[in-house]
Design a protein around this ligand. Structure first.
Ligand SMILES: C[S@@+](CC[C@H](N)C(=O)[O-])C[C@H]1O[C@@H](n2cnc3c(N)ncnc32)[C@H](O)[C@@H]1O
Length: 287
């Protein structure tokens, strides 16, 4: 099924997409960036001149941001969920990313609501990036463990935490697979787990991550650290090499028998019909 991400509460708008690019407003500023999934033609070519920041890719992993010198390379965006008003820091990175994936707002609302239903919820964020999901979970009252391999992202995540006066997070710079194995050995249990792995990446100490090769074992391991009666798991996958059907088979085989499983293709869409997909989203819960 196709699921259009609900970005309600996030001060964000998809303005247009097409011809391999997307035009988005993040708070005060408008960005024009490459988007491989934006296959169709631009719906409103006349509005693209409004971009404050434009990213031109020069190699598969790098490129250049073009913007007026008077603009900063970082700013804040607001996000409202429940009765909470949160802020996240955005920053132009060497590649086209800026520290937030807006379609993830779909998951933030889901996990915020799930955490409200569980007493003393313990939440684990694997592949955490700048830790937006952890900030939302902590603000909803969960005890949070945040696992990210790249040390450079720690300061960014901690900036996000202090912007929101969040303290109930355990920050770990570690390989996600090694962390889960260690949690099994220690008998640690979690009610909520979110996994947003890249198709390909490196854990700390250079340990490789290849989605199609490692996801199944990781899901099998995650199932061993769930609180059996009250759990939810959110999994995002971006690899075209892992179709929905294969993901479903892995989940059915390894997750507990009381799991309700739902898989969708997550997309961003606006009212003028501009849209592109952002990967598969699986939600598994006992709730
Ligand atoms: C797609 S991003 C996650 C985005 C994040 N969930 C969000 O919405 O803000 C993937 C992250 O996984 C990290 N990563 C890659 N391989 C890893 C590994 N083996 N263990 C832990 N983190 C890893 C990357 O550094 C990157 O920050």
């Amino acid at each position: 099924m196709n699921l259009f991400a609900n970005t309600k509460g996030l001060d964000y708008e998809l303005l247009d997409s097409g011809n391999g690019r997307k035009l988005e407003r993040f708070g005060t500023y408008i960005l024009d960036r490459p988007e491989v999934e934006a296959y169709s033609s631009k719906k409103q070519p006349e509005i693209w001149f409004q971009a404050d920041y434009r990213f031109e890719q020069t190699s598969p992993s790098s490129g250049t941001w073009h913007y007026n010198d008077a603009l900063s390379d970082n700013w804040l965006i607001d996000y409202k969920v429940g009765n909470k008003s949160l802020k996240f820091k955005l920053e132009l990175s060497k590649f086209k990313h800026i520290g937030l994936f807006p379609e993830q707002a779909e998951n933030w609302r889901y996990l915020h609501d799930a955490i409200q239903k569980i007493d003393d919820c313990r939440f684990l964020n694997l592949f955490a990036y700048t830790s937006a999901a952890s900030i939302v979970a902590a603000s909803a009252g969960a005890d949070v463990t945040n696992v990210e391999a790249l040390k450079q992202l720690s300061n960014w995540s901690k900036d996000n935490a202090s912007l929101n006066k969040i303290e109930n997070v355990r920050w770990l710079v570690e390989d996600a697979r090694s962390f889960v194995k260690r949690a099994i050995r220690r008998g640690d249990k979690f009610n909520g787990v979110i996994l947003d792995p890249p198709a390909f990446g490196h854990g700390s100490k250079g340990k490789r991550w290849i989605l199609e090769r490692h996801l199944e074992e990781l899901i099998e391991d995650v199932s061993k650290i769930l609180v059996p009666k009250e759990f939810f798991v959110i999994i995002n996958t971006y690899s075209p090499k892992l179709p929905e059907k294969a993901l479903l088979e892995i989940l059915q085989e390894h997750l507990p028998g009381n799991s309700k499983i739902k898989i969708d293709q997550l997309s961003l869409k606006n009212e003028s019909g501009a849209s592109f997909t952002t990967g598969n989203l699986a939600r598994i819960t006992s709730l």
